[in-house]
Design a protein around this ligand. Structure first.
Ligand code: SAH
Length: 552
């Protein structure tokens, strides 16, 4: 058991007994380096001493008492202010003089003089450390007498790991501490009133806290300790009051954010973003977009909606779905979401249209619920119901259409799905169908009794500035798509409702381009958005859909 301490030895008088062993000169030098004065005792003649010791004696740096040890010397060679008792004793006798060593050790202990006997740890009241010093920095290692070579090796390893400017680091931190203490002292004397606190560099660091002076003083010192604890060590040498101020501010911000995240449980919402246009977003969706840490978006969510995501505070991940990779991309998306939730983040799964209409929303709900994060689900305007509106088709209309069916044109593994039978009074909207339209329509006509001249509208990029509507009949629809090419995403609407507000005339098909949007800058600005020039322009597209192409 040991109490490590560092002695302040300035002007002390230390005795070294035994001048012939090589360690004697090492002790003498160490005593001089510590600011004390070495007194060497031995009965050997001066010329038998090492050259180093002889030199030091000649220079007057070591006092030589050429006589045998006696207890009297311990109480007569010391400083007068401590009644001539010497301050420390170092015994550097050869191994053979065991008896004398034991006697000196006992004498010292009786006189309460700290004693060190080389190679005899059991006779020591203190042992020396293997040390490294650099300016005000001192570093010592002891193995409690188990091996001084080992201690020295360990010391070298540890010193190697320290920054080279360790002395400057000590000086700088010491200086900062002194400044803080000086200010504290001024305050205690009453030199500062409360207003003055804001003008003082150090005090302004904590001025946002409404604290008593005593609290501020404690807070300041505690905070300096934190800096010393966590700042990169090598940088402590140059640290200034200004740096500390900045670090303090950053730490506070960072710490607050981290704490917030760790304290709260992750949350997730499945949010429908509508068919494409920003004007189709619900306020709920906008709120979710604005408060998210991470947004997981479908590939189909259009740029103008993504532009609303606050870039600084929110990360955006877009599903990497491309043909043949859908499953893996979906899994990747779910895993990224789950990881963020486990980190306490707010995740928003932004889905095109409505999350529960052909969007795998139900599966995602199950996945996150199973992992302990049941999502909040916010509906969106589905393209299936928005596209009829934007193509001037009332999905239900008295005496024409009394029901609406939303279905898919894509079955499992590319096969046709189970298609519905024909109902004269029904409006049917086919999603994910245009790429299969060539197989789909003949099947509807021949297998499900659909009327070939039933009015049909193909609506692509509904609600976007480049929206296109093709009006035709069921039997001509595939030919029209082949002739005009596709502009995904698109759907087709079949039923008598297609003819209610707009007739196509005698043509095989008519094409209408464009889409009119309400102007949004005003309301978006009120909601705090910076409307980008580009988006404002596209939202301003003039006029109603225009008939631009007629075929045959
Ligand atoms: N959840 C979405 C549908 C996802 S399935 C919704 O509720 O709208 C994807 C299909 O939706 C596309 O193949 C296309 O048929 C249709 N679709 C999506 N957005 C569209 C749009 N702006 N215009 C026309 N069809 C669209």
């Amino acid at each position: 058991m040991t109490l490590l301490a560092s002695f302040h030895c300035k002007d002390e008088r230390h005795v070294v007994i035994g001048a012939l062993a090589p360690v004697a000169s090492l002790r003498a030098k160490a005593i001089i380096a510590a600011g004390a004065f070495p007194i060497l005792i031995d009965n050997a003649p001066l010329d038998e001493l090492s050259k180093t010791l002889q030199g030091l004696i000649e220079e007057g740096k070591v006092e030589y008492h050429n006589e045998e040890y006696s207890k009297r010397l311990l109480t007569s060679l010391g400083r007068s202010e401590v009644d001539s008792v010497v301050d420390k004793v170092f015994v550097t006798l050869y191994q053979s003089e065991q008896e004398l060593k034991e006697q000196i050790s006992a004498d010292c202990k009786r006189l309460r003089i700290p004693v060190n006997v080389s190679d005899s740890p059991e006779l020591c009241s203190f042992t020396l450390l293997s040390t490294h010093s650099s300016g005000s920095f001192h570093f010592g290692v002891t193995t409690s007498g188990k091996g001084c070579k080992l201690a020295s090796r360990i010391k070298r390893e540890l010193v190697g790991a320290l920054p080279g400017n360790i002395d400057q680091i000590c000086d700088r931190v010491g200086e900062l501490r002194r400044q803080i203490q000086q200010e504290d002292a001024l305050e205690e004397v009453g030199g500062h009133d409360d207003d003055a606190i804001t003008t003082s560099n150090l005090n302004s660091l904590v001025k946002e806290f409404n604290m008593t002076k005593q609290q501020q003083i404690t807070q300041r010192s505690r905070w300096l300790s934190q800096i010393v604890e966590y700042y990169p060590l090598s940088r402590l040498a140059e640290i200034s009051i200004e740096d500390l101020k900045e670090q303090y501010r950053l730490d506070k911000e960072e710490g607050f954010k981290k704490k917030q995240k760790l304290q709260r449980k992750g949350t997730i919402s499945l949010v429908g973003s509508g068919p494409g246009s920003v004007s189709m977003l619900t306020l709920g969706a906008l709120q979710e977009i604005h408060s998210a840490d991470l947004i997981l978006a479908d590939k189909l969510v259009p740029q103008q909606v993504l532009d609303l995501i606050p870039k600084k505070s929110t990360r955006l991940f877009i599903a990497r779905k491309f043909p043949g990779n859908a499953e893996r991309a979906q899994q990747e998306l779910l895993e990224i979401g789950l990881e963020a939730l486990q980190n306490g983040e707010k995740v928003v799964r932004l889905k095109q249209g409505d999350p529960y209409i052909f969007g795998r929303g139900g599966e995602e709900f199950n996945f996150f619920t199973k992992h302990g994060y049941p999502p909040l689900v916010l509906p969106g305007i589905t393209s299936a119901l928005a596209a009829p509106v934007f193509s001037n088709i009332p999905a239900t209309h008295r005496e024409v259409a009394d029901q609406v069916l939303i279905c898919t044109g894509t079955g499992r593994r590319g096969a046709l799905p189970n298609l519905p039978d024909f109902v004269e009074s029904r409006t049917t909207v086919f999603l994910m169908a245009l790429h299969r339209i060539v197989d789909l329509i003949p099947h509807l006509i021949s297998e499900k009794n659909w009327r070939p001249n039933l009015p049909v509208a193909i609506v692509e990029r509904a609600s976007c500035p480049d929206q296109r509507v093709i009006r035709t009949t069921l039997e001509k629809a595939a030919t029209a798509v082949e002739a005009l090419g596709s502009r995904p995403p698109g759907l087709f609407i079949a039923g008598n409702a297609c003819n209610v507000l707009q007739e196509k005339g005698d043509e095989d098909w008519v094409v209408e381009e464009g889409h009119q949007e309400p102007k949004l800058e005003g309301i978006l600005q009120q909601l705090g958005h910076q409307v980008e020039q580009e988006r404002a322009q596209s939202a301003n597209l003039e006029a109603c859909p225009q008939v631009s192409v007629t075929a045959k």
